[in-house]
Design a protein around this ligand. Sequence first.
Ligand code: MG
Length: 175
Amino acid sequence: MTYKYRAALLDIYRRTQPNVQLHKISPASLKQQGIEILALDFDGVLAAHGETYPNQELDNWLNQSIKVFGAKNIFILSNKPMQKRIDYFKSYGIDFITQVKKKPYPDGLNKIIALTGTNNQKLMLFDDRLLTGCLAACIAKVPVTYITKPYKLTLFFNSLRFLERGIIQLYGFMK
Ligand SMILES: [Mg+2]
């Protein structure tokens, strides 16, 4: 799967600036681009890895996004659907996608497309991992924003990110 989509992943890696964070992206500008549905990864994107609740600076961003898109059009797509996380987003009226194969399988994104009846080009995924979220987006043909400055990572996840960037760059040399 990674091999088949290597060019698309390399393109995502190369065209993304190094300091992309979710709270710096204006919900209104996404809407202007024609985006109608948001799919948000949790770990790294909304909070540091393993945290239960989103980082506080994202509260404002979430509220703004709800105003622009409506809570029904925002979904959390995490490979770790912890119950406390699910309950937290329920209080916002935001659904947490569960019972699907984990990213990089495109099942979660396809579920969002089915639930909303939207065109896949009107959905955007925000994810800090190339080989899980970004790959899933390539497979599902969904636009993706690669979050290149995730919230405080443990050494383990930093190494993982370093490793996958290496793999993607290596594919670039092999072309
Ligand atoms: Mg993540």
